[in-house]
Design a protein around this ligand. Structure first.
Ligand SMILES: [Zn+2]
Ligand SMILES: [Zn+2]
Ligand SMILES: [Zn+2]
Length: 269
């Protein structure tokens, strides 16, 4: 399975619009892996997680035909994960998207925003409201939505994804996982784990994981055998406010067997 990290930043992007912090200044100078757009991952061209405002740019940058996406999983309603207005671009009158429906999976609030954006337009989406911990067979994968601790006003979801014989934990925006999610993960095994490390060295781990939370999660996974032999663990969804450049993140996570994602990275499982 091909895993394509299309974007790897939190809401603000790096370097962030307007920002004059040292990290943004250095990221502007260095470019390359320090240039991060809002987070999304594509699996094999037909399964995508989240629909950020940089989706049009991703299609230019990577030469992607977004109409090849059969299943779109939405984690939550924050605008770096769902720019609902652009979902209308696939509706009749804006696109000739053909007969094939794009199936969209998510919880209440993302769907409400998408329906508002579609505003009665004729469209070819099929919406599937998922329930945490209830597996769903999509067109391209078996998915299990898991609970995150990210926004107390919304049911935010992580996804376990089984596709072409490979298993992935898509873990952002997660915060420190709720107990139910730890319990579900206990007897599972993954080929790829994607975790968020939005906040760097800050002292708390609610809403977003910090460095320590990521390291503890990796240690737990090693201990309970949640990682298959040769499994890969990646961190993504970085904020400039963490004050860490790509090189700093590699220094922090490399010794722990955790790899740092960057925009455009392709991983073959
Ligand atoms: Zn986010
Ligand atoms: Zn900044
Ligand atoms: Zn969020």
């Amino acid at each position: 399975m091909k895993v394509h990290f299309l974007g790897t930043a939190a809401f603000e992007g790096i370097p962030s619009l307007f920002c004059q912090c040292l990290t943004c200044k250095q990221a502007r100078e260095r470019g390359g892996k320090n240039r991060r757009s809002r987070t999304s991952v594509m699996f094999d061209h037909d399964l995508k997680v989240d629909f950020p405002p940089d989706t049009l740019m991703h299609s230019f940058q990577y030469g992607l035909d977004m109409n090849s996406v059969k299943d779109l999983l939405i984690t939550h309603s924050h605008s770096d994960h769902l720019y609902a207005e652009d979902m209308a671009i696939r509706a009749k009158g804006y696109a000739q998207s053909g007969e094939e429906a794009m199936h969209v999976y998510g919880h209440d609030l993302p769907f409400r925003l998408i329906f508002q954006a579609l505003n009665g337009l004729e469209h070819n989406y099929k919406f599937h409201r998922v329930i945490p911990f209830q597996p769903v067979q999509t067109q391209t994968a078996t998915i299990v939505p898991l609970l995150a601790d990210h926004d107390s006003l919304e049911t935010c979801l992580l996804y376990a994804i089984e596709k072409n014989g490979k298993t992935v934990l898509y873990g952002n925006d997660s915060g420190w996982f709720p107990d139910e999610t730890w319990a579900w993960l206990k007897d599972k095994q993954f080929d790829l784990v994607i975790l968020e490390c939005t906040t760097g060295r800050v002292g708390h781990r609610n809403n977003h994981m910090n460095v320590d939370a990521v390291l503890e999660t990796k240690t737990w996974m090693d201990e309970v055998g949640a990682l298959k032999p040769g499994a890969k663990v990646f961190v993504t969804h970085f904020s400039h406010n963490a004050g860490l450049l790509h090189e700093d993140l590699v220094d922090i996570f490399g010794p722990h067997g955790i790899e740092v994602a960057y925009d455009g990275l392709i991983v073959e499982l």
